[in-house]
Design a protein. Sequence first.
Length: 299
Amino acid sequence: MSIDFGDRVAIVTGAGTGLGRSHALELASRGAMVVVNDLHHPDADGPSTAESVVSEIQANGGLAIASHDSVATPEGGAAIVATALEAFDRIDVVINNAGIVRDASFAKLGVEAIDAVLDVHLRAAFFVTQPAFVHMKEKGYGRILFTTSGAGLFGNFGQANYAAAKAGVVGLANVLAIEGSRYDIRANVIAPAARTQMNEGLLGELTDALDPELVTAMALYLVSESCEQTGEVYSAIGGRYARIFIGLTQGWFAGVGAQPTADDVAANIDAIRDETDYRVPTDVSTEVEELTALLHGDS
Ligand SMILES: NC(=O)c1ccc[n+]([C@@H]2O[C@H](COP(=O)([O-])OP(=O)(O)OC[C@H]3O[C@@H](n4cnc5c(N)ncnc54)[C@H](O)[C@@H]3O)[C@@H](O)[C@H]2O)c1
């Protein structure tokens, strides 16, 4: 095996079931010490889902510890990171995976459903990742993965709260990629689809094709030492892997000193939208540099 996590410590949130469980098991099978985080469901008999995953890892000779703190509060995020440091003394990998859905069409979306979903997906990404990032900066190494969704990147009826939260983590990853670059900290985003409890009965004829393990292959590459990419988004669905990006078109320049009107924009909307020779900016300076060149008549 060339991708190896020996001596690495990984936190996987929401790892009692579904994709997180699959990520945790595969990380452990490749040598990582894993904090298996998930809520302790109080009505469950016997061990929690996180404890069951830990037992599975230990039965295979791996090292893991359960954490039942919620990702959705600053205290919970700090406690998850503290569990990793107390048990294993370092943190190399964070996979932000925990998630819930509270779907409703936008006109009917209530505040509780907005708050709950933003808390678990977006605010949690800050609460868990920030204390880990501070530690990674000190050590000069880190791999961070956020979990987005096609709903957030492309849109989906009835998921305004979920989509906004899922698009938000892309912005967070963009900045962590920049701020982490000097410390060998890389931050990427995965857009999965898989057969889990979250979408039970919703996948139709694709159900059998959407094994969670097919997503884990991409997730583990993105948190491996050998991953050179940062600030990028990858789709992983049913064995098809692809890059998703935000591009900038060549656009239409009105000219130095021009005062274009809405009518001028309308007249040029096709050129503004034309995808020929688009670029994929890696930070906010791309547009500034391009405008500077246009104003100087360099292009
Ligand atoms: N399954 C898909 O097709 C799909 C598609 C796009 C995105 N995703 C995303 O992938 C991630 C994993 O989803 P899944 O499909 O495996 O669902 P899942 O329901 O099996 O797993 C999510 C886990 O997160 C846990 N969780 C919820 N709130 C938590 C909290 N406050 N603190 C800690 N853990 C919490 C849940 O208990 C659950 O075990 C989610 O972020 C989801 O939005 C999934």
